[in-house]
Design a protein around this ligand. Structure first.
Ligand code: 2HG
Ligand code: ZN
Length: 459
């Protein structure tokens, strides 16, 4: 294998040392042990095409690898695969101010794209805690969402063109940056969210937006779970929100300890909401806050007075995932339509409190778009596999609630390895068969990201 790889890549761009295999063989999912055979670092499209063709001839399996910040094992190589890292395809290769389109190689880091946009007086709005290391190719492969979806949508909404190599090694240019293009199947949208199972993304044309007004952040203390959505409705009736996030007191405690931060206000509340909106709408926001106070939905609140205060308040929400990572959490990333959220929360809470009475459960998420992150923290005394087995047995009960509400078992983290066995709760048998048939069209020899997203048989 290594000799064959060396015909495409110089020796320095093929790594087989144990440290590299571990580092590039996994993502932020820590429950599956990495065991790739090699890691390669292509620098141009022709090398990726040659690699995919080689994989087809020789039966090698390829795992695409971006910033490796995924939480469902989508970028984990655990069975002797070749990891294809896009770290060296990290250049912005074109920008057109008239079109407001930037052309990025797959390995461009999200924050680099955001900063590039700002340098042009424009804005790339998709944002999340891992923007500093996640890469555009991975964002597209998982249709990353994050914190401003209620205003600016998902990664999918900003992709206007893609260059991909299919699993059989054919180069396909999708959509060419067009706004209007009614010429049949849009392969761009098939590739977005396909988790590297249909093709490898080499380049993307991303649309940029006009910059928003300066933003103000408000953090509110909320007494009852059920009132969170009342607060959302009250604010949405009064102004246009850029973000509406929520987190529990336990989540706040973890982030305060981990980052050595101060509470947003002295009195602890069972739940918190974090809202972001245009500075120009502060008056409307203050009025909505008072209305919520009068209803007793909210018991305290704080408003950012500067950009740096806004950033500090965001840390309370964005730092949660990192601060609970040491507890090897079992993650759920579920969503329902916003109108279903109140009932959904009640039903999920009933499962959680009856099945995890002895464990710490951290609630947080992008509740304004219907997305809830539910992390079960591992107690020190339990070993990882016993803990995961227990959670795995309980998951179907949460997913049954999701299914009843026609929700998603993976709202934004992808299916990868971790949620694959549960896909049937969100996608029907017919849909799964169609997915496998599409996989056979784009990747007939099954060389791309094996074992991810779909179970090979009829399951
Ligand atoms: C977030 O919203 C990320 O912070 C991570 O999607 C969520 O750690 C998680 O479960
Ligand atoms: Zn999230």
């Amino acid at each position: 294998m290594i000799d064959a790889l060396n015909e495409i890549f110089s020796a320095a761009r093929v790594r087989t040392d144990a440290e590299s295999l571990t580092a590039w063989g996994r993502d932020w999912t820590r429950s599956v042990a990495p065991a790739p055979a090699a890691v390669v670092f292509p620098e141009q499209a022709s090398e990726v095409v040659a690699l995919v063709r080689l994989a087809n001839r020789r039966g090698f399996k390829l795992v695409p690898s971006g910033g490796r910040t995924g939480l469902s094992g989508g970028a984990v190589a655990s069975a002797g695969e070749i990891v294809v890292s896009f770290d060296r395809m990290n250049r912005i290769v074109g920008f057109n101010a008239t079109d407001r389109i930037v052309r990025c190689q797959a390995g461009v880091v999200t924050r680099v794209l955001q900063e590039f946009a700002a340098d042009q007086g424009l804005y790339y709005p998709v944002d999340f805690a891992s923007s500093g290391s996640s890469q555009i190719g991975g964002n597209i492969a998982t249709n990353a969402g994050g914190i401003r979806v209620i205003r600016h949508g998902l990664t999918r909404d900003w992709v206007v063109g893609l260059t991909v190599v299919t699993g059989s090694g054919e180069l396909v240019e999708c959509n060419h940056g067009l706004t209007k293009n009614a010429t049949g199947y849009d392969f761009r949208h098939l590739m977005i969210g396909s988790e590297g199972t249909l093709g490898l993304i080499l380049e993307a044309e991303m649309r940029l937006a006009a910059p928003p007004e300066p933003q103000t952040v408000m953090v509110l203390g909320i007494n009852r779970f059920g009132d969170i959505l009342e607060v959302l409705a009250c604010f949405q009736a009064a102004l246009s929100l850029s973000a509406f996030e929520f987190f529990s007191e336990l989540a706040l405690t973890k982030v305060l300890e981990h980052r050595q931060l101060r509470r947003p206000f002295a009195r602890a509340a069972p739940f918190y909401a974090l809202l972001e909106f245009d500075q120009g709408e502060t008056e409307q926001a203050t009025a909505a806050f008072e209305a919520c106070l009068a209803q007793n939905w909210v018991e305290d609140g704080v408003l950012s007075q500067s950009e740096s205060q806004a950033r500090d308040l965001w840390q309370l929400r964005e730092g949660i995932s990192e601060s609970i990572a040491p507890f090897t959490p079992y993650k759920n990333d579920v969503s329902v339509k916003v109108s279903q959220v109140p009932q959904f929360l009640v039903e999920v809470e009933a499962v959680v409190s009856s099945r995890y009475p002895d464990l710490e459960v951290c609630w947080y998420g992008h509740i304004g778009d219907g997305n809830l992150h539910l992390n079960i923290l591992k107690p020190d005394a339990l070993d990882v596999s016993t803990f995961y087995e227990r959670c795995h047995r309980i998951s179907p009960q949460i997913f049954e609630v999701v299914e009843r509400h026609s929700g998603s078992i993976s709202a934004e983290h992808g299916v990868g390895l971790l949620k694959r066995d549960f896909l049937g709760y969100s996608r029907t048998r017919v849909e799964r068969r169609l997915m496998r048939q599409l996989k056979a069209v784009f990747d007939p020899n099954q060389v791309l990201n094996p074992g991810k997203l779909l179970v090979a048989d009829s399951g």
